[in-house]
Write a protein that binds this ligand. Sequence first.
Ligand code: SAH
Ligand code: SF4
Length: 344
Amino acid sequence: MIDIKSMTIPELETYLAEIKEPKFRAKQIFLWLQKGVTSFSEMTNLSKSLRETLQKKCYIADAVIQKCYCSKLDSTKKYLFRLHDGELIESVLMDYHYGRTICISTQVGCRMGCTFCATGQSGFSRNLTPSEMLSQIQTAERDGQKRISNVVLMGMGEPLDNYENVLRFLELISNPDGINIGMRHISLSTCGIVDKIYDLAEKKYQLTLSISLHAPNDAIRSQTMPINQRWHIEDLLKACRYYSETTGRRISYEYAMISGLNDSDDCARELGERLRGTLCHVNLIPVNTVSGTSYRKSMIDRQQVFIKILAKAGITATVRRTLGADINASCGQLRRRYQSEVEL
Ligand code: SAH
Ligand code: SF4
């Protein structure tokens, strides 16, 4: 079966030529798919015979709400979506002053094995298709009845380990005839797949690249992030400098503060020295405790100490506001919790 929602307009045109249908149908079909229809029968401006052919040859990917957790503290909603093969993924919908933001998954699970991350600890199942990435946004928008203006690729999975599908998703979502969320409203977070950072730089997209750094040196980073054994911090930072120079965009570094591991004054100074002079911003995040790991959040004052030390090196840092703190099972935790509840 053909995954029709992952197709661009030129690809739809080629496909329609193959099945001897007129070219102008491509845009009609594209508009319906981007609107989020879930059946071909809803495509009312197509001929009946074309709808029947599409029904036989293609499928429309969807993300069905399996469970939705609403925060009692703010308007944050966390979705557990079921895909056509029964796989479960997570998305989080948040309201910020600049608009509604969705954090979507790019893979079912993750191969990268970061030791503090629930997704990393659950292993890898498969890549998501571009259509499954779009579907998370469409279903959440339909459910929330309000336009989503920003997208962050920070849910389950490593986006640059699913590079081709993520690129296609970016092209589809920023298409003015489709959902039309511009690159400046998109952030992509990576643990640091260095060769793909160079490839992405060449695209010159205006998206925000977030790097999950979480440590000031290789000794600490290699303890929690296996990817660091493949590419050391200096290789990663070199790629980031290239990315900024090529795209003109500031890099955002994510730093989850873990008590006794990466939160000392020395760590802050070392981080400051490494990043000094680069176009960047540091996001300090209190680490979320994941069952089965011994990592604990840093004392709250450590964040302020980091901000001060980094400021001396000329680097701006902020503490990420935690939305939906009461449902804040971070990336991968919700699926794990749900699966263990179901298994009970
Ligand atoms: N794979 C990508 C994107 C998904 S993870 C990446 O690693 O960047 C999204 C963010 O959540 C990353 O910055 C990741 O490091 C962070 N994260 C994962 N587990 C966490 C935890 N237990 N506490 C705080 N942040 C966590
Ligand atoms: Fe994968 Fe990101 Fe989790 Fe690491 S932090 S295991 S890269 S999802």
